[in-house]
Every structure is written in structure tokens, then in C-alpha cells.
Design a protein around this ligand. Structure first.
Ligand code: NAP
Length: 492
């Protein structure tokens, strides 16, 4: 069965999505009929078109979310939980189709796309379990004059904005806790990867999510539409995942209306390998931390610091593994490194690699743009990368592993913290005492200690410094972002 047949079988004909924005449970064209082309990054060919929403459409989405708000807020937690659980089950049932859709529009290798669908679905299972465990507080005021009751209420209508690098997971990581909390939402997915968001919207409806509880709009004017939605007094929450630059703009805009913001922003993760690390485990971890999604991940290892005693063996092992990766279209079953999302992304990687080489880096494998159709950059390993190189300070967002040698623990921590970002960091050492010490010295929201992957719906995901505000997932953390505490002083 080919991709188109598989997608048709599950009712996700990509051509169907040229029909509609998803507002109030209905599929509709944009008010001016304009469309956005969706491109297959492995070929550059247009594969579908989705509506280009206008200000009028954004207002309709807010209206639909407002109309559905009371009913959803008053739906029993158990019922909300069962609907979320059904979303999880349907995602698992359709996982192969969803993975192919992600591989098609995002370009990531099918094995990465399958991993993303499993991760994305877990947010529904986790939040289905959390939805019935939202509790308040009850106590006596210190003065003894009254009781203190604290209730947690849904915050209100939420605008959710997501990037293209995880088209399913970045959406479900917001939608599932928002719905568990009792909120209604408007999702604006990235314009490069809208098909997965719309496929999931159809699935939510099938799972029993009432009309208007989740609305999805795509647009080429994200700024004006978001600003207009934030200006609507019914909107009380902005949850954004994307670049730090856009995050700053949105925070400034949200401040005008004093809207609660959760911000999952850019990263620049250090990957630190000490002499006493298990070499094979460190290489396995580096391949995951660097090459999940071909490096297009906010948690991707962006700077690899290796202690002098293990440096040569690590650099040699990593280059062999990277050079052996099979590059190709994400939809090919044997692909291990898919294309980048756009030509612009490839050009940025190329600029960063050229800058590092000019500053003295040595190319161990890869190192220049592949001469083929589509947006490909080969798996690349550089050694002797200067801490002054641009790639030590900017997200590479591609399959490039820059190695810098260090001698002492303090130097590794100083290198790791030499960035405005603080999302994720990785440490490899057999000395757990040192691992915990270094983990506490590194300024990051998440640490992988002898692990190359830390994303887990059951743990709080998020960053410090310029990597963001708030957390997604975790015990109550994710849901708390979509709730307000209400305190009632009671005398009886
Ligand atoms: P981006 O350019 O910031 O875009 C993210 C989303 O914001 C897209 O939906 C985009 O729409 C929208 N957008 C762009 N300009 C906007 C504006 N003025 N007002 C409102 N919305 C606007 O980021 P990206 O290139 O898609 O994603 C990569 C970035 O996301 C990286 O920095 C990565 O580290 C970060 N990221 C962070 C996390 C995390 O959890 N911390 C997770 C994944 C990714 P259009 O597509 O229409 O431009």
C-alpha cells in the first residue's frame, strides 16, 4: 500500500484539507478564499493547500471557542477524561497514517515520526488520568477567623501557537492539558506543517470533543491574527512554542492585555562527556540527542564538550556513526536522516558550518550542502570548534555535531552556561556524584544524566533564561498553566 492509499484508508486524504479551517466543528474556507501551499521538503513539490485565515476567520474561531466554553467547563471531569482517553486510543489506532503524514509534510524520517506520534498520543493518556485529579485546598486562616478555600478554575479561552518541528506533539502537549482543565482553544499550527494539525482535529471530533472546544486555523499573517485574538477580552491565555524572537514579540503584545503566557522557546543544549563516561552509551546518547528529527529539535545537542582523555575515541566513534546514516525522504522506510524543513534552513546551517571552519574547526564528515533536489544537509561532525563560533551561540537546527575539547569540570560548566538559552543539557559520566554536581551547576530546565532523551509527558518540560516561561506535562505542572486559583474566605 502506498502513502496516498494508506492516508485515504484512514480518511485523511491530504487533498481534503484544501477544504477547510476547522471552526466550531465545521470545515470552512477562509473568508477571502486564499490558500497556503504545503510543500514536501524532500522534493520541493507542492503536495496540498490549506486555507489562509483572515482576521474575520480568527474572530469566528474565538467566537466558536467562547460559545463552547460554558458547556465544556461544566462537563464532568470524568467525561472530559474519557474523551481525552478516546483521543489517545484513536491516535494509537491511526499512528501509522499520522506518522506518514508527519514524514510527508515535515520531512522527518518515519522512525522519528512514529516516535513523535507515540509521544504526542501520550499527552492525551496522561491528561485523561490527570483530569479527574484536579483538587483544591482547604484550611484555617492563621488568625482563626475563617476558613481558606482554594478552588482551581479553567483559565478561559486559550490561543495555542505551535512550530513545524513536532507537528503533532507540540499541539497535543497544549491541547490535552487545556481540555483536561476545562478550557476551549484555538490552535494556530505552523504554516509549513498544517496537515497533521487538521488530521488531528478530525480525530478529536470523532473522539467526542464537542464542536468549538478545539478550533484550528492556518494563516500566513500570524502576527496580525494573533494580536487581534489577544485583544479580545474573552481570550485569557497564550501558550506558544517556537523561537525566542517570536516569543519576545508575543510576550510584549500579551502584556498590553495582561494575558497569562506559557512560552516554550529556543534551546542551545550542551552535551558534556567526561573521561569516565561509558563510551558506547555516550555515543548512543549523542546520536539520539543530536539526530532525533535530523537535529531539528529544541532539545537537540547543539554543542558537544568532550574531556581530553576520551575526546579522540568519541570524535572518531561519532563520525563513523554519523557518516553511516542513510539520508533520504522521510517517507522512505530506510531513511535515517530526512530533509530540513526549507531551503532557508539549509542555508542557515551552511552559514554556521562555514563560519566554524573559518574559525579553525576540522570537518570529520559531511560539511557541505548535498547536490540533490529537496532541502538536504548531510550528517556532519566538526571537531576543534571554537567557543566563539556562531554555532556555539545560535541553534543549528540541523544534523551538525560540533565538538569542543575541555580539560576540567569547571570549564565544562562554564562552557555549558555560556549561552542566553537554558532549555536542556546532557551529561555523561559514571560518577553519579559528579553528574549531580554538574547537573546542579548547569543553568537548564531539563538535564539528561547518562540519557540522550528526556521528553516525557509525566515530567515538567520547559526552560530557564531565554528558553521560556512555564512548564508542559508533569505532575500538575502542565494543567496548572491552564487554570487560575480562586480563593474564597469563608466564615461559618
Ligand atoms: P517560529 O518561527 O517562532 O514559529 C513558531 C510558530 O509561531 C509558527 O506557528 C509561526 O507561524 C508562528 N509565528 C511566527 N511569527 C509570529 C508572530 N509574529 N505572531 C504570532 N505567531 C507567529 O519557530 P519555528 O521556526 O516554527 O520553530 C523552531 C523554533 O521553535 C526553535 O527556536 C525551537 O527551539 C523552538 N521550539 C521550542 C520548543 C520548546 O518546547 N521549548 C519545542 C519545539 C520548538 P508561521 O509558521 O506561519 O510562521
Amino acid at each position: 500500500m502506498n502513502l496516498a492509499q494508506q492516508i485515504d484508508q484512514d480518511g485523511y486524504d491530504v487533498r481534503r484539507f484544501s477544504h477547510g479551517l476547522y471552526i466550531g466543528g465545521m470545515w470552512r474556507p477562509s473568508s477571502d478564499g486564499r490558500l497556503i501551499d504545503v510543500v514536501d521538503p524532500s522534493s520541493g513539490a507542492v503536495i496540498a493547500a490549506v486555507p489562509d485565515a483572515t482576521l474575520e476567520d480568527a474572530a469566528a474561531a474565538v467566537k466558536a471557542a467562547a460559545r463552547a466554553a460554558k458547556g465544556w467547563r461544566e462537563t464532568a471531569p470524568r467525561k472530559r477524561s474519557e474523551i481525552l482517553r478516546r483521543c489517545f486510543e484513536l491516535m494509537v489506532e491511526r499512528s501509522e497514517t499520522l506518522a506518514m503524514l508527519i514524514a510527508l509534510e515535515n520531512g522527518k524520517a518515519l522512525r522519528d515520526a512514529r516516535g513523535e506520534v507515540a509521544y504526542a498520543a501520550e499527552f492525551f493518556r496522561w491528561n485523561a488520568e490527570e483530569a479527574v485529579r484536579i483538587t483544591g485546598e482547604f484550611g484555617t486562616a492563621p488568625s482563626g477567623t475563617n476558613r481558606i478555600v482554594v478552588d482551581y478554575e479553567p483559565i478561559g479561552i486559550c490561543v495555542l501557537i505551535t512550530p513545524w518541528n513536532f507537528p503533532a506533539a507540540m499541539a497535543t502537549r497544549k491541547i490535552a492539558p487545556a481540555l483536561a482543565a476545562g478550557c476551549t482553544v484555538i490552535l494556530k499550527p505552523a504554516s509549513e506543517t498544517p496537515l497533521t494539525a487538521y488530521a488531528l482535529a478530525a480525530l478529536y471530533s470523532e473522539a467526542g470533543v464537542p464542536a468549538g472546544v478545539v478550533n484550528v486555523i492556518t494563516t500566513t499573517s500570524p502576527g496580525p491574527l494573533t494580536f487581534a485574538m489577544l485583544a479580545d477580552p474573552r481570550v485569557r491565555k497564550l501558550s506558544f512554542t517556537g523561537s525566542t524572537g517570536v516569543g519576545r514579540t508575543l510576550l510584549a503584545e500579551a502584556a498590553k492585555h495582561v494575558i497569562s503566557c506559557s512560552m516554550e522557546l529556543g534551546g542551545n543544549a550542551p552535551f558534556v562527556v567526561f573521561d569516565d563516561a561509558d563510551l558506547d552509551a555516550a555515543l548512543d546518547g549523542a546520536m539520539i540527542a543530536k539526530m532525533r528529527n535530523a537535529g531539528e529539535a529544541c532539545t537537540a545537542a547543539n554543542r558537544i564538550y568532550v574531556q581530553s582523555g576520551i575526546h579522540d575515541a568519541f570524535a572518531d566513534g561519532l563520525s563513523k556513526r554519523m557518516a553511516a546514516l542513510k539520508v533520504g525522504a522521510g517517507t522512505n522506510a530506510d531513511t535515517e536522516c530526512g530533509p530540513m524543513i526549507t531551503r532557508k534552513a539549509v542555508d542557515k546551517i551552511d552559514r554556521l558550518v562555514k563560519d566554524a571552519i573559518e574559525r579553525g574547526a576540522k570537518v570529520l564528515c559531511g560539511g557541505s550542502i548535498l547536490d540533490r533536489e529537496g532541502f538536504f544537509y548531510p550528517p556532519t561532525v566538526l571537531s576543534a570548534v571554537s567557543p566563539e563560533a556562531d554555532m556555539a551561540h545560535e541553534e543549528i537546527f540541523g544534523p551538525v555535531a560540533p565538538i569542543t575539547m575541555f580539560e576540567a569540570e569547571d570549564q565544562a560548566i562554564a562552557y555549558a552556561n555560556d549561552t542566553e538559552y537554558g532549555l536542556a543539557a546532557y551529561i555523561y559520566t559514571r560518577d553519579v556524584g559528579r553528574g549531580m554536581r554538574v547537573a546542579s551547576g548547569i543553568e537548564a530546565g531539563m538535564i539528561g544524566l547518562n540519557r540522550g532523551l528526556m521528553s516525557d509527558p509525566a515530567a515538567p518540560f520547559g526552560g530557564v533564561k531565554q528558553s521560556g516561561l512555564g512548564r508542559e506535562g508533569g505532575q500538575h505542572h502542565g494543567i496548572a498553566e491552564f487554570m487560575e486559583a480562586k480563593y474564597i474566605a469563608v466564615t461559618f
